[in-house]
Design a protein around this ligand. Structure first.
Ligand code: NAI
Ligand code: MG
Length: 363
């Protein structure tokens, strides 16, 4: 049969984003070569903070139109110390998530083989920490509404307005329940802060209860976000699928990554579940200026994100390939080929080559 070609836009961005994107492409090309039924056509976009300093823009005016032509977007990281972080985030990644209708951000976390969790007391076995965080990715606290008045005076006033809509909440809740339904434990925990925040968060609660009625086979419970941090540390085995707002899930997923061993292993998928626009895949970490250029960034989060991209592109037909990549990654972590953030001594290149070698064995 004919070989499928997936057209992928890559945006390596800044710092270690460039290093891990290169590693991810190498692994994905290997995966395609060994599988043989599909291939990737890469198209790199040099949208970064360095080029912003020179050109004055992150994306050209027709940037979104260009991205729409691809099957998916692979993103490294954006942000550099000489550009304010709100400028870089709002210059590149947030407008892509918004314009591409990527209203869900999926962040799985588990303890991969050979990796020690700092929670060894509570998570005695890897399966004691196996979560999927479903993050609302289009509104909430990152809706971008607000403003500044008297900015440069002692009277400075700034507002940051959260936006919660019925449509936005309903669709994220449905996605979260559908995700929970596919997991063995069929369990969903909804995170909120509806004691102190009495409007948006109460609407969030109300719609959750409405949608829950459509999913009688899912067990659910509800947590306030502050108490949730305690439960994640003390009783990780009681959690499975988690749904939270843009800000809450952003914070909880960094905690989740640290609890599973390192921020360097955590993946994320920015999905347009309607498949009308390309979805975007990226590790959750940033550009890590402190280690950029040294060749020591952990590429595992980038590889896991790549596996999720393959799963999404295949839409049910490439799950075995995505699973194969995950197995190759875990074979490598298990044998101790790990970067320094995981107390190993290998560099990015060594981990990448080890994963490529395992792909040949596993697939
Ligand atoms: P960061 O994730 O870049 O780094 C936090 C710490 O984790 C650093 O010590 C770093 O060395 C370490 N780390 C991160 N990824 C690693 C990896 N793959 N391997 C080994 N160690 C790793 O977060 P930080 O420092 O808060 O942000 C740096 C820049 O990145 C900022 O400009 C920020 O705005 C941006 N950023 C961008 C994101 C994105 O593009 N989606 C997400 C988070 C931050
Ligand atoms: Mg974050």
């Amino acid at each position: 049969s004919e070989k499928r070609v997936y057209k992928i836009a890559t945006i390596p961005g800044d710092g270690i984003g460039v290093e891990i994107t290169e590693a991810a492409i190498q692994v994905l090309d290997k995966l395609a070569a060994v599988d043989g039924t599909f291939s990737f056509q890469w198209n790199e976009f040099d949208w970064s903070s360095k080029n912003f300093k020179e050109r004055g823009w992150y994306m050209p005016p027709d940037g979104m139109e260009q991205l729409k032509k691809f099957n998916a977007i692979y993103f490294g990281a954006v942000g550099w110390p000489d550009v304010a972080d709100h400028i870089s985030l709002w210059g590149l990644i947030l407008p892509i998530r918004n314009s591409m209708n990527q209203y869900v951000n999926v962040r799985p976390t588990r303890i991969l083989r050979g990796i020690t969790s700092p929670l060894s007391q509570c998570a005695k076995q890897p399966r004691d920490l196996d979560w999927v965080i479903v993050r609302e990715n289009s509104e909430g606290e990152y809706a971008g509404q607000g403003g500044t008045t008297h900015g440069h005076t002692p009277h400075a006033v700034a507002t940051e307005v959260s936006i919660f809509t019925r449509v936005g909440i309903e669709r994220i809740m449905r996605f979260a329940f559908d995700t929970a339904k596919l997991r063995p434990r069929k369990k969903l925990t909804m995170v909120t802060k509806s004691n102190a925040q009495r409007h948006g968060m109460v609407l969030w609660d109300t719609i959750f209860h409405e949608v829950a009625k459509e999913y009688p086979d899912i067990t659910w419970d509800k947590m306030l976000v502050d108490a949730m941090t305690v439960r994640m540390v003390n009783q990780p085995q009681t959690l499975d699928t988690i749904v939270a707002t843009n800000l809450h899930a952003d914070i909880l997923s960094d905690l989740a990554a640290a609890l599973s061993g390192s921020i360097g292993i955590a993946p994320s998928s920015n999905l347009d579940p309607t498949r009308g626009c390309p979805s975007m895949f990226e590790p959750i970490h940033g550009s890590a200026p402190d280690i950029a250029g040294k060749g020591i960034a952990n590429p595992v989060g980038a590889f896991w994100s790549a596996a999720e991209m393959v799963r999404w592109l295949g839409n049910g037909e490439l799950d075995h390939v995505a699973d194969g990549l995950m197995e190759a990654i875990e074979k490598v972590t298990e044998t101790g080929v790990k970067t320094r953030d995981l107390a190993g001594s290998s560099n990015t290149k060594e981990v990448t080559e080890a994963v490529c070698k395992e792909i040949e064995v596993v697939l």
